[in-house]
Design a binder for this molecule. Structure first.
Ligand code: SF4
Length: 364
């Protein structure tokens, strides 16, 4: 853990690790929501460095992984329609649907384009007026404002050949579902980039309703250790509260401009999550004023049921719900590797199985 970043200072990290371990006089179970945190924790060996009393659990915070099979099948169906270009972030290419994947459809001749932002998809629509560009809108509150901005821009330009298939998800409902379940959780590590949009105050329901602390954290090792230090101390001292330990990125009320944009263009809607099932108001759908840019209104999509990924032996659903660790899946590291992934948690750059494979092998 040594380079020039002040947030990776090895001496400061060792000090915090020593303090955390000394404080953990009883087992403390902390869930990190975000796949970015899981990767950073594994990459910097933080799990190994912490005392066994401090147990870190990985939650469902990877948007590719939580996308339901039937939404992947819908994207595949769209890519097969004449005159359609399906624009997607790269990670979605390899995720298997019931019979195919976007990658396979592309090899068969479908127009599937990898984009880095919704604005790239908008540029593609301007360049190809004889095609309809469908943007696969995927992500949490961090990505959603950029999609909302693209939809607004399309409306401003009266672009007729652009729409968004929104499978966006909202994090607080998912966190509520996990905290209401059977897992024993003492504290929550909240993602810093996402909290920058929704604000530290958005997590107040965690101490209020579940009586446990929550801390916002950035993605550098010292950001995470500082948050873990605050959480372990709050648990041991019995202080349920929101701790904004990532003040350089997160304001109490979040990014008001992004929130305003979202409230105009994308509204809460029921959403189906891999691993957590259908949850009310846990997704985002285009507001009625923007229906012209809603793929669901522009195409008659077929009824698609979710497949059961467990039939492939994949236990992503349980990994996402923090019920098992990736190493408990019998396919992990043998039938399922990043080179030959079986489920989305191994495919996605933010997937828990991918993090365990890349950085956690010596822990197995
Ligand atoms: S190791 Fe592979 S098959 Fe098993 S849960 Fe993870 S992604 Fe699914």
């Amino acid at each position: 853990m040594s380079d020039s970043s002040p947030y990776r200072d090895p001496a400061a990290a060792q000090y915090l690790i020593g303090e955390i371990n000394a404080m953990a006089s009883r087992p403390v179970r902390i869930i990190e929501f975000c796949g970015g945190h899981t990767h950073a924790i594994m990459r910097y060996g933080l799990r190994r460095a912490l005392a066994p009393a401090v147990k870190l659990l990985s939650g469902p915070g990877c948007p590719v992984c939580v996308t339901a099979d039937h939404d992947i099948d819908a994207a595949i169906w769209l890519s097969q329609q004449p005159g359609v270009i399906l624009a997607t972030f790269g990670d979605m290419l390899h995720v298997p649907g019931m019979h195919s994947s976007l990658q396979r459809e592309r090899a068969r001749g479908a127009r599937v384009e990898v984009v880095y932002s919704a604005l790239d998809a908008l540029a593609l629509a301007r360049k190809t007026p004889d095609q309809h560009v469908v943007m696969l809108g995927i992500g949490f509150e961090t990505t959603a404002p950029t999609i909302a901005a693209a939809i607004k821009q399309a409306a401003r330009e009266a672009l007729d050949n652009f729409s968004v298939y929104s499978v966006h998800k909202l994090t607080p409902p998912a966190m509520r579902a996990i905290l209401s379940g059977e897992l024993l959780i003492d504290a929550v590590l909240a993602p810093g980039h996402l909290s920058a949009i929704i604000g530290a105050d958005a997590w107040q329901f965690i101490p209020d309703e579940y009586g446990i602390p929550c801390a916002t954290a950035g993605f550098e090792p010292l950001d995470i250790l500082l948050a873990l230090h605050s959480l372990v101390r709050a648990v041991i001292e019995g202080r349920p509260q929101v701790l904004n330990t990532y003040r350089r990125g997160v304001a109490q009320h979040g990014n008001q401009m992004a929130q305003e944009l979202l409230s105009q263009v994308l509204l809460p809607a029921d959403a189906d999550w891999r691993g957590l099932e259908m949850m009310p108001s846990s997704g985002l759908e285009l507001a009625p004023e923007y229906a012209h840019y809603n793929t669901r209104c522009r195409f008659e999509l077929p009824e698609l049921a979710s497949t059961d990924a467990s039939k492939r032996g994949c236990r992503c659903g349980e990994v996402l719900a923090a019920i098992i660790e990736p190493t408990e899946c019998p396919l992990f590291g043998c039938a399922c590797t990043p080179a030959h992934p079986v489920g989305p948690c191994m495919i996605s750059a933010e997937g828990t199985c991918s993090a365990f494979f890349r950085y956690g092998r010596e822990e197995i």
